[in-house]
Write a protein that binds this ligand. Sequence first.
Ligand code: G1P
Length: 295
Amino acid sequence: MIRKAVIPAAGLGTRFLPATKALPKEMLPIIDTPTIQYVVQEAVDSGIEDILIISGKGKRAMEDHFDRNFELEARLEEKEDERWYNEVRRLADMANIHFVRQKEMNGLGDAIYYARFHTGNEPFAVLLGDTVINSVIPVTQQLIDIYEQYRGTVIAVEEVPHDKVSRYGVVGGRKLSDTLMELSTLVEKPAVDKAPSNLAIAGRYILTPQIYEAIEHTPPGKNKEIQLTDAFLYLLKRENIYSHTIEGKRYDIGNKLDFLKTNVEFALRRKEFAAPFAAFLKEIVRELEAREAGK
Ligand code: G1P
């Protein structure tokens, strides 16, 4: 049974400056909801109530977001704003959320290593804090279902265009079904001609406690950081690792263009915005087309 989740959220967010100079990238909102809240919700929707967030310098806003805010609650109560009063209270109670700070930016493998005392001898889920996935079944739940059957490390992957593989960790192995693979290799951000496939690691994992020993044996890799992907190579010599091609769509919030697209797609899914926002977008498209035709 998977009872715990670890959410690495310590990165500096250099791809989203200047917003991320003082604001954690995980607090960037999709419409009105911080990214990290979607990620915590995915863990909760997958049956996990114990969550460890690996934070870092300048990330206090995340702690406040999941804490009580008595002044705000009192004000909302006074205004009889039941909807937001309940929502603000729910945020503080949605899970048991713990924080630990990564002291130096030494990579994802190093960040996960900070969770070792918290997760102890149990398998646990990992959800990257800057990645939101929209799916029918929460992706963490999809991975848990596979873990229950195979009892090994499970990594969520998705197909990406071949020319984009160098942005991701990429896996290779033997197909067990349309969506499941037993891995024989993993490479962090390979050159296009060195990638074992176009299946990119999608920011969700089920890890076993053996990952900690593997991280201890992993030297710095890409960007001179301890890469989680490299730690899997050590682990592969000792146990099976599986990849699951996710059912769902992934949104990388740390990237400005993807962030813009995500906001548009999510707005079109929100009841209160769908119709007026669609009308606005159609108007923009008409203007763009007229401008192009006039060229
Ligand atoms: C991390 C992982 C990479 C994975 C990616 C998914 O990279 O190291 O394997 O494919 O997340 O978003 P980052 O995006 O932090 O550089």
